[in-house]
Design a protein around this ligand. Structure first.
Ligand SMILES: [Zn+2]
Length: 311
């Protein structure tokens, strides 16, 4: 059943409408929420919403609980291919938990949080941006890691990145919901403005696996769930461009790389010369890789998680 969370008039004629699809069956009281589209250019979650609802409808008799799917928390952004909220020039993931007495967008954020509050699990799906490709991963704040890691491990992803307290952005949806004791996991995967069907299918399998473990799904679920690497023992290395130019990749994504492996080259397409050979500084898991070929000095090229300590 499709329900409207918010419906507010815009200055002339148009409306801001946020809706969710509630799929409910059985007497189970467990409720999970799948949300996406906070950043309007991140569309990997659209496929997850579609495929999750399609599979649920196909075997609804196996559901014992409630699944709520919110494909677009920032529908104006999704519809107009813009990352933030058009005309307000706002990153929607920096205004939570919102304000019931605030302006339209703050009020919208407040209504979203009110609607999600109390769920047994919220999965907030993001898709990087158009520049970087991410392997399927969960991002979790260290303060909530004990509670959330066991659930993130159920999601059929490759990597769980635990952020330390210093990097926490308090105005995100996930932080706000976790602060309200509503467990929320951020999943990052794929790339902006694209759909990577294999990643989407993996996460949908993971969500069904999680529902099984939560005793709200009694139908088929994938048996061989991926065992993600958890970033508790090692550290994440950031690789940045030393020159502006064009990057030519040398490795495929989601690779285990060795120290000294050539990851990509930054080249000058006027002179036909190589400006920088980018080598991996460590043995590790290449979980973020730049795919957009134009780089400026300082641009992020890759992130590698490594458990080996450098001496
Ligand atoms: Zn995002």
């Amino acid at each position: 059943m499709i329900k409207t969370i918010i419906s507010e008039g815009l200055p002339v004629d148009e409306q801001l409408i946020i809706r969710k699809n509630t799929i409910q069956h059985g007497n189970g009281t467990k409720r999970i929420c799948i949300v996406t589209g906070t950043h309007g250019d991140e569309l990997e979650g659209q496929y997850v919403c579609f495929e999750l609802i399609r599979r649920l409808n196909e075997s609804i008799e196996h559901l014992n609980g409630t699944v709520e799917v919110y494909p677009a928390l920032n529908p104006l952004g999704v519809d107009s291919v813009s990352r933030g909220i058009p005309t307000f020039d706002l990153d929607m993931n920096r205004i939570f938990p919102g304000d019931p007495n605030g302006h339209l967008i703050e009020y919208t954020a407040f209504k979203i949080v009110e609607d999600l509050k109390g769920a047994d699990m919220v999965i907030d799906i993001h898709a990087s941006n158009i520049f970087l490709r991410e392997m399927p991963q969960a991002r979790i704040n260290v303060q909530t890691s004990r509670k959330l890691i066991p659930f993130a491990k159920m999601l059929n992803i490759d990597f769980i990145w635990i952020h330390d307290a210093a990097t926490v952005l308090e105005a995100t949806l996930a932080y706000s919901l976790n602060a309200l004791k509503t467990p929320t996991i951020v999943v990052e995967m794929g790339i902006g403005m694209r759909i990577t069907r294999t990643y989407g299918n993996r996460l949908v399998d993971g969500i069904f696996n999680m529902m099984r473990k939560m005793d709200m799904w009694h139908g088929a679920a994938l048996k061989n769930i991926s065992k993600p690497t958890v970033s508790t023992k090692g550290e994440v290395h950031f690789l940045n461009a030393e020159f502006s130019g064009i990057i030519i990749p040398s490795v495929s994504h989601s690779d285990i790389v060795k120290k000294g492996d050539l990851l990509c080259q930054i080249v000058d397409s006027y002179q036909g010369v190589i400006l920088q050979n980018v080598f991996s500084p460590v043995d590790g898991l290449l979980f973020t890789l730049r795919t957009y070929p134009v780089v400026y000095e300082g641009s992020l090229l890759a992130r590698i998680y490594s458990e080996t300590t450098e001496k």
